[in-house]
Each structure stands twice: as structure tokens, then as C-alpha cells.
Design a protein around this ligand. Structure first.
Ligand code: FE
Ligand code: FE
Ligand code: ZN
Length: 290
């Protein structure tokens, strides 16, 4: 059986090859990274040698699919025309750049409708996607499930389904389920995981579920807050994450941690999840028992 495809969010600051090495060092087999400065807009041109070196690392160490993350400033359903135009340009340019890492997922926050209403928000997001998606691209674009903080669109499975419904090339779309976000949105992935997955299947279809963000939540079910906690230190609890990595419908998906414990926190959580899945971890091997 192949190992869990698990990892964490990493910084591109030292380049792509260095990011891959860091992932190997953490015993990760996937990771997430921002396609550009998450708060600004500029993207450094990719160095082909750097990207090629990353590709070699990924192949050597049996990585699964990577999950790139769009910048937070990208709001396809802003009330400001120039913000919408920037978001569409950013997405198109990110998708073009990602062709140098073929098959990578591109995860984005659908957007905040800022008082225009969810219906208008959904229409604008569909228009943006219809403009940015290119038939034949190798990237699958993932809508992230949102906590419903402020005027975030994507707070229910129904809103995500409505977006997918309005996109012409919907074969290029999937969903990334963030455990903290759905919990804060009112879906009990801790006590009722199977019911939540059945509802996802009924409303969106489990075939769309392509990746997970594994985060505990600092707040109770349905709080619409979006504050991540380390696994076991929030209201979702460790048992839920053990059940998730063992779940037959989930255990083959890329799983990305976005928890607040820094690199050492990630190292610990990756080992913990591998332990839940019954795998030997890097730490076990270092211990050199057998
Ligand atoms: Fe996100
Ligand atoms: Fe997330
Ligand atoms: Zn979040």
C-alpha cells in the first residue's frame, strides 16, 4: 500500500528545489505553497532549473500531487471592477506558470461578495473561472470550502455546487475540503464524518473531492470564525483526524496541514498522521529498532 500523501504549507522563499528538500526533511509526500506573495500580487518568474530539480526530488521520493494556493488578495467577486480584473489576470497567469509543474492542483478561496449577496458572488466567480480556465490545461482548479467568515462564498456545499454548475469547463474543477473551515461552517466532521461525506456526495459529488486541508479549529461547530489550531488542540479533536486518514474515501487524497506550530509542529503532525494510518515514520526509522 502506498504511503499517505500528507504534508504542509511551505514557503517558496528559498526556491522550489529547496522547498522540495524541506518537504523530504519533514517526511512529507505532498505540500502546498503560494503561487505568489499571498498579500501582494507580484510573481517571480520561475527558474526552469529550479523547477526541474524539484521535479526530480518529487519523483525520487514518491510524492503525490502538490496543492498550490492562490493569493488571499485574489477576489473574483469583489464589488470593485479593478479587483475583479486583477483576480482574473492573477488566476490566468498562475495557471500558465503552473504548466511547468504539470498536474499540480491550484486551490483558491472562491471569494467574498462584500455585500452584493451570494447569488451575485457566485455569478462573478463563474464568469472569472470561465475566463481563466483553458481547455486542455493540466491543472485542476480546486474551490476551497470556506468557514463563512464575513461575506465569504463557499460556506455551504450548495454554494460550491452552484459555482461548479455555472462553469463551462467544469471538468477542470474540484474541491479542497478544509476541516477547520467546514467545521466552522457547521459540518460536524468530528462526530458525523460519514454523514458529512454523504451530504457532500449528494450535493457536489465525491468525485469532485480532490484534496484536504487538515486543521483543527479554535472555535466550536458553526462559529464561522476560521482560526486554525494544531491537531488535537482545538474543538475537532485528534480522534477525528485519525478517522479521516483511515477513511477509505479520504486516505488516498493529498492532505495538507495549515496549522500554527511552525515546521517542528508540522514534523510532529505528519508523524502523528502516519502513525494513525499504521505507517512507519521517519522517527521510527531513526530509532533504528529493527
Ligand atoms: Fe486556503
Ligand atoms: Fe485551508
Ligand atoms: Zn482557514
Amino acid at each position: 500500500m502506498t504511503r499517505l500523501c500528507v504534508g504542509c504549507h511551505l514557503s517558496t522563499a528559498q526556491g522550489y528545489a529547496a522547498m522540495g528538500q524541506q518537504a523530504v526533511d519533514l517526511d512529507a509526500t505532498t505540500f502546498a505553497f503560494f503561487t505568489r506573495n499571498p498579500r501582494g500580487g507580484n510573481a517571480r518568474p520561475l527558474d526552469p532549473d529550479d523547477v526541474r530539480a524539484l521535479g526530480e526530488t518529487l519523483a525520487t521520493h514518491g510524492f503525490g500531487t502538490l496543492v498550490a494556493h492562490a493569493p488571499y488578495t485574489m477576489n473574483l467577486c469583489s464589488a470593485k471592477e479593478d479587483t475583479v480584473a486583477f483576480a482574473r489576470r492573477t488566476m490566468a497567469s498562475d495557471l500558465e506558470r503552473l504548466e511547468s509543474l504539470p498536474g499540480t492542483y491550484y486551490n483558491f478561496h472562491p471569494g467574498s461578495h462584500v455585500g452584493q449577496g451570494a447569488e451575485t458572488g457566485i455569478r462573478l466567480i463563474c464568469e472569472g473561472l470561465n475566463e481563466a480556465l483553458v481547455p486542455g490545461q493540466s491543472t485542476t482548479v480546486l474551490l476551497e470550502t470556506m468557514a463563512g467568515k464575513g461575506s465569504e462564498v463557499g460556506r455551504t456545499f450548495e454554494e460550491l455546487a452552484a459555482i461548479i454548475d455555472g462553469v463551462q469547463h467544469d471538468e477542470l474543477l474540484g474541491v479542497c475540503l478544509d476541516t477547520c473551515h467546514v467545521w466552522d461552517g457547521g459540518y460536524d466532521v468530528s462526530g458525523r464524518l460519514d454523514e458529512v461525506l454523504a451530504e457532500f456526495d449528494r450535493v457536489i459529488g465525491l468525485g469532485r473531492l480532490k484534496a484536504l486541508h487538515l486543521n483543527d479549529s479554535m472555535n466550536p461547530l458553526g462559529s464561522h470564525k476560521d482560526r486554525h489550531a494544531q491537531l488535537g488542540e482545538g474543538h475537532i479533536g485528534l480522534d477525528a483526524f485519525a478517522a479521516i486518514v483511515r477513511h477509505p474515501l479520504l486516505r488516498t487524497l493529498p492532505m495538507v496541514l495549515e496549522t500554527p506550530g511552525g515546521l517542528e509542529g508540522y514534523r510532529r503532525e505528519i508523524a502523528l498522521l502516519r502513525g494513525f494510518a499504521g505507517e512507519a515514520t521517519a522517527q521510527d526509522k531513526e530509532g533504528g529498532s529493527q
